[in-house]
Design a binder for this molecule. Structure first.
Ligand code: GLU
Length: 291
């Protein structure tokens, strides 16, 4: 028998709200039911958006909710070399290339493509990469790098798909369309996705795939908003030779208008609810986990 390992992985770029509470409590309850362990990961790769104050609040809010986790906490910003190793591996497989277009150059290219019929967007609503950097000569790439030009390292999706073949994952929760059981991955919907940048040597997708493997995570329990990301995470796992966890995507907690909660909405932050006199049991009831 192996021990099941779950994780809660918030970003310290705001205060936790009811949506986070639901995810953290569900992870905690499932770990308990499975006789497994719960880990905590701080997803702080973007130093411009993350603050120590929010990280401290995460520990405080989770403890208040009655959630404990196994130490040590993994802080992504302390593990950039793990992500760099993964990038080198993909580079050695010829699956990665640098692109140097600025945001406005990309926007102009997308506008041009949109005029010929709507150019596809990824599940986050970001236009797929429309550029041609994959065709740059090695000499030109070298010249741009030497010049210190900013760049993004992108996955060569066609080549990656050809290498990995058709992939699936086991879904024990459900996707936004009710997808459950054996789900066929569709990583192509992300196009030549950015895996790292000059200034941040990883991306959310790469760091999650690498960390879930390094932390031995067996069950990824997270919101349905990340359902489509799992396609890309499965692809990265296959390319990097990483083990495959079971996924459990859960419902999202919505506001009174049916919108996803955001970190900037004070009303549903755990701090605010606590200050207004709510108890952890009240929070459980509010997210439908009351007993
Ligand atoms: N850090 C992500 C978030 O706060 C969650 C990542 C994950 O669970 O894979 O939305």
């Amino acid at each position: 028998m192996y021990t099941r390992i779950l994780r809660f992985a918030p970003s310290p770029n705001g205060y936790l709200h009811l949506g986070h509470a639901y995810s953290a409590l569900l992870n905690h309850d499932m770990a308990r039911e499975l006789g497994g362990r719960l880990l905590l990961r701080i997803e702080d790769i973007d130093a411009t958006r993350c603050h120590p104050e929010y990280e401290a609040a995460i520990y405080d809010d989770l403890s208040w909710l009655g959630i404990s986790w196994q130490e040590p906490v993994r802080r992504q910003s302390e593990h950039f070399n793990d992500y760099e190793r993964a990038i080198s591996k993909l580079n050695a497989l010829n699956l990665i290339y640098p692109s140097f277009e600025s945001r406005s150059e990309i926007n102009a290219l997308v506008a041009e493509r949109d005029r010929q019929g709507r150019w596809p967007r990824d599940p986050d609503g970001v236009p797929l990469y429309p550029g041609r950097a994959r065709k740059l000569s090695p000499a030109e790439r070298e010249r741009r790098r030497r010049a210190g030009d900013p760049f993004a390292l992108r996955l060569a999706m066609d080549a990656a798909l050809a290498r990995a073949g058709v992939l699936h994952w086991t879904e024990s929760g459900a996707g936004p369309g009710g997808q459950t059981g054996l789900v066929t991955a569709a990583p192509q919907i992300w196009g030549d996705v950015v895996l790292a940048r000059k200034e941040i040597p990883t991306s959310y997708h790469l760091a999650v795939a690498v960390d879930d493997a390094l932390q031995g995570v067996t069950d990824v329990v997270r919101g349905q908003d990340l359902f489509w990301s799992s396609s890309l995470h499965r692809l990265l796992q296959a390319l990097l030779g990483l083990p495959e966890p079971v996924y459990h995507h859960h419902k999202l907690i919505l506001d009174a208008d049916g919108r996803k909660l955001s970190k900037s909405t004070q009303a549903t932050s755990l701090r605010e609810l606590r200050a207004a006199g709510s108890s952890p049991a009240d929070v459980r009831r509010m997210v439908g986990l009351g007993r």
